[in-house]
Design a protein around this ligand. Structure first.
Ligand SMILES: O=P(O)(O)OC[C@H]1O[C@H](O)[C@H](O)[C@@H](O)[C@@H]1O
Length: 528
């Protein structure tokens, strides 16, 4: 791919004819911070990258003008780091206007002389990531708000390695963005990009199928013969997201009898956020029961997270899935390497890593922290409570489709359901139950709570003595080897998350109830 020219000075300075009216600051619900919706005379509001990329409400802060601002900053950043000439893959999910936002990014990068591989269709995030890795590109951009509610869209930045850009890189990008904003005359929007037809003609944009090469890669990672022999009966639930059609088709090719639900294009997601957690999985629970299937395999809005429902209708959270995958990779595949989990992950993972004698690492929330390890050592598996799990021999990136194929492989290998396999595992390492609550607190309530926990954490909760307070990300109170509660502010949604793990469902309930009472006593409420 050809060398990218520097961004022309005129392109950076050209006034857009439309001068938007001054706008009132609107609250950016993605961060909870005040973020004006557009550019006004006071200058545009800063755009911040949260736990994974920049997310905001469509038409409020997620506008074409703001997407262009980020894309121009990315172009300059890639040129400064010398990666522009390697090219950038641009993909998008099935959200409202995602294809148009992706085309906007492509046209800006093309205008800056950066070669672009633009996905021909909506695609799962891991397919975009695989394009970056397999084509050895300099970066990737995925237009998606992942698991957020339908009114959101977002801009995920992938590093050359396919995973989320590392914290250092997003800080650099934010700095370029701030500098470009500061040098643009007040009230002026960022310049438009190159006309797409012109960019195609000049060979700056190549439209490509990103899904086929990705599914080919997945086939190399799964025991196809075992799957074929098992002839599983499965339901696949992509939650109206970008994995629709893809996972179901692969499993059918592997001889499974598959019913896909929520596979139609619906940017309203049927009124539920496309996050594979119990409150959003009613249709999956119903389907597994009515169809008598062995499991439901679930992916989130952009296909990088995994979820599942057992044959009994019980939702299998990502904590259990992480533990099952780790057990499978070690005991069946015989693979080794370090085990990385983020701060809200289950203690089952620590226990299994110790049992197998594997190095264990714990990081703040955000898969980018898992990537930091994957780039410097041999990581067997890295994952999160939220359902983002990545494995060795693929790429340092979460992959909901791959994890689901491996869940099918586990059923095929063990000849049992996922629920039965969890029961066997818990009989060996002890019972672990987990729940999470998301609280819509005011920004002031959130700050008061986090300050209180930092300055004066409780010595006891729910009848247990706090053995350790861990402030790695938020505040975790630890009561022993299998009991803990964590309070932290989300970096992707305006909520405070309260996570708890204990040895029985009743214990988790008690722990959460007392945790919520603590929140109420400090903030005067627990929101919705
Ligand atoms: O709890 P949050 O800060 O909202 O983050 C929840 C999740 O958001 C995104 O999906 C990130 O990619 C994940 O790494 C993170 O675990």
């Amino acid at each position: 791919m050809s060398d990218a020219p520097k961004i022309p000075h005129e392109a950076q300075q050209t006034a857009h004819p439309h001068h938007p009216p001054r706008t009132e600051p609107a609250r950016d619900r993605a961060t909870g911070e005040g973020t004006p919706a557009g550019t006004g005379d006071a200058g545009p509001a800063p755009i911040r990258f949260g736990t994974d990329g920049w997310r905001a409400v469509i038409a409020e802060a997620f506008t074409f003008a703001n997407v262009r601002r980020v894309a121009w900053a990315l172009a300059e950043h890639l040129q400064a780091t010398g990666r522009a000439s390697q090219g950038v893959a641009v993909g998008y999910d099935c959200r409202f206007l995602s294809d148009r936002f992706a085309a906007t990014v492509a046209s800006v990068l093309a205008a800056a002389g950066i070669p672009v591989v633009l996905s021909r269709t909506a695609c799962p995030t891991p397919a975009l990531s695989w394009a970056v890795v397999s084509r050895k590109l300099g970066a990737g951009v995925m237009i998606t708000a992942s698991h957020n509610p339908p009114e959101y869209n977002g801009f995920k930045l992938k590093g050359w390695f396919g995973g989320p850009a590392l914290p250092d890189e997003t800080r650099q990008l934010e700095a370029v963005l701030a500098r470009q904003d500061a040098t643009r005359p007040p009230g002026q929007e960022p310049p438009r990009g190159m006309d797409l037809d012109e960019a195609r003609r000049r060979g700056r944009i190549e439209e490509a199928d990103l899904i086929a090469p990705y599914t080919e890669q997945l086939r190399r990672l799964v025991d196809w013969d075992r799957l074929r022999a098992a002839r599983l009966r499965l339901v696949v639930d992509p939650m109206h997201g970008a994995a629709r059609g893809v996972l179901a088709q692969m499993l059918r090719e592997a001889g499974a009898e598959v019913t896909e639900i929520r596979g139609d294009w619906n940017p309203g997601f049927g009124g539920l956020a496309p996050e594979p957690i119990a409150p959003n999985l009613g249709p999956a629970v119903e389907a597994v029961k009515s169809l008598g299937a062995q499991a439901v395999l679930v992916t989130d809005g952009d296909g990088d997270r995994v979820g599942a429902v057992d044959a009994t209708g019980e939702v299998l959270d990502a904590q259990r899935i992480f533990a099952l995958l780790l057990q499978h990779l070690v005991e069946v595949r015989g693979w080794t390497g370090s085990v990385v989990k983020t701060f809200a992950g289950t203690r089952m993972v620590d226990k299994l890593a110790a049992r197998y004698g594997l190095p264990f690492r714990e990081t703040p929330i955000g898969f980018k922290h898992v990537c930091e390890y994957a780039l410097k050592e041999d990581v067997l598996i890295g994952g999160e409570e939220s359902g983002g799990i990545g494995i060795k021999n693929h790429m340092p990136e979460r992959d909901g489709l791959l994890c689901n194929l491996l869940l099918a492989e586990i059923m095929a290998t063990r000849g049992c359901t996922l629920g039965q396999q969890v029961a066997t595992l818990m009989a060996e390492i002890g019972p672990h139950y987990f729940q999470r609550r998301d609280l819509h607190l005011t920004p002031d309530g959130k700050n008061r709570l986090l300050r209180h926990l930092e300055e004066d954490p409780p010595a006891r909760l729910a009848g247990w003595t706090v053995e350790k307070v861990d402030p790695l990300d938020g505040c975790k109170l630890i009561f022993g080897p299998s009991r803990w509660i964590l309070f932290r502010a989300s970096g992707t949604e305006p909520v405070v998350r309260v996570y708890a793990e204990a040895e029985s469902p009743a214990e988790v309930e008690t722990l959460l109830a007392d945790g919520l009472r603590l929140v109420e006593s400090v903030t005067g409420g627990t929101g919705r």
